[in-house]
Design a binder for this molecule. Structure first.
Ligand SMILES: NC(=O)c1ccc[n+]([C@@H]2O[C@H](COP(=O)([O-])OP(=O)(O)OC[C@H]3O[C@@H](n4cnc5c(N)ncnc54)[C@H](OP(=O)(O)O)[C@@H]3O)[C@@H](O)[C@H]2O)c1
Length: 336
């Protein structure tokens, strides 16, 4: 049997519960993964609470779109992966049926990536969603180049910190946006060239000041809401690009009226494409090797404490690092 976190109705963290389920066999082209650690993401929170734009099939919905573990069994026709291989999970678009808050899940082999030696499961579970989103939005979508100035909102969050590091890896210049000037030192230490704090300054004016009046070449926004107008004004006139990835502020957002390029980015656009996954993995693993990419883990909860993990995720004053669930013990197959 395997332990799986499920929910029967949408609502607060308390709707999550742990059940025992039979371990499924992988079908053709599939692998069964013994999950050692699962990352806890904002999308999970939206799905659990009923606010996700993706459909949720109830009851008995699973949660979790990222994780790391070991291949436990391979189905017919799978090549290049074998039982015992350490992997990380690159995409779970159907998390309500195959979610990673569990001791195991079965996925198409194309959805896993071999995990580099030395990358432990907890750090691996903190890597993929945040870093592949920042990479996909900045590099694949917005075409970030060395020397570009990149304005990054929610810079102290998971995607924001990843974006700062990825900008540095490319040779671009990251400018961090926070709502709190008290976070300035922390963000400079995290690699930001400059910090714009919205509790003390206008984002467009401050960005102009930091870019010699030019504006940012790229704006990466995780927030949306009314602040989008100021972000659009902070972008370089005519040639700037605004790419939005998140919606931390649920209030209505004005559509930018100035002449910049805008994109709405979902990481599944690339993480379901095997060729793009190879590019993402090559980039991220190179960054881990040189140390320029360094995923931070905030707190690790046991799988049975998923309710507490979700309460912690919702706490605005929490540590910036990733919330991770520790799943199956690190040795032995899941199947009895
Ligand atoms: N498109 C995709 O494929 C994709 C993938 C991953 C995540 N996302 C989305 O990207 C967003 C960020 O995810 P994350 O994991 O980085 O989140 P996170 O780690 O929870 O981000 C937390 C940070 O966001 C800032 N923040 C929180 N609420 C805010 C608000 N109402 N207004 C302004 N800033 C706020 C805070 O920074 P300050 O206190 O410093 O302001 C906070 O430190 C989420 O909406 C998530 O759903 C999208």
């Amino acid at each position: 049997m395997a332990r799986v976190v499920v929910f029967d109705e949408t609502g607060g963290p308390e709707v999550l519960r742990l059940v025992d389920e039979p371990v499924p066999d992988p079908g053709p082209g599939e692998v069964r993964i013994r999950i050692e650690a699962a990352g806890v993401n904002r999308l999970d929170e939206l799905t659990r609470s009923g606010a996700s734009p993706l459909p949720v099939r109830l009851p008995h919905a699973r949660l979790g779109c990222e994780g790391a573990g070991v291949v436990d069994a391979v189905g017919p026709g799978v090549e290049g992966l074998a039982a015992g291989d350490p992997v990380l999970i690159a995409a779970v678009p159907d998390m309500v049926s195959h979610g990673t808050y569990a001791d195991c899940t079965v996925l198409p082999a194309s959805r896993v990536v071999r995990r580099p030696e030395g990358l432990d499961p907890v750090r691996a579970a903190a890597l993929w969603v945040a870093y592949s989103t920042a990479y996909g939005a900045l590099v694949e979508k917005a075409g970030m180049r060395p020397g570009d100035t990149v304005l990054i909102t929610a810079a102290s969050g998971g995607v924001g910190r990843a974006a700062i590091q990825i900008a540095r890896q490319i040779g671009a210049v990251p400018i961090a946006v926070t709502r709190h000037s008290a976070k300035e030192k922390e963000l400079l230490a995290a690699g930001a060239e400059a910090v714009v704090a919205t509790d003390r300054e206008d984002v467009a004016e401050a960005t102009a000041r930091h870019t010699g009046g030019a504006g940012a070449d790229i704006v990466l926004d995780s927030v949306m809401g009314p602040g989008l107008d100021g972000l659009a004004r902070a972008a370089r006139r005519f040639t700037g690009t605004l790419v939005t990835v998140g919606w931390l502020d649920p209030r209505p957002a004005p559509y930018p009226s100035n002449a910049i390029t805008t994109h709405r980015y979902m990481s599944f656009e690339h993480t379901l494409d095997p060729a793009a996954v190879r590019r993402i993995a090559a980039f991220l693993f190179a960054g881990l090797r040189t140390g320029v990419l360094d995923p931070a883990v905030g707190r690790v909860f046991a799988l049975e404490d998923a309710v507490q993990a979700h309460r912690y995720l919702a706490d605005d004053g929490r540590d910036h690092g990733k919330v991770v669930l520790a799943c199956a013990p690190s040795a032995g197959p899941v199947a009895a």
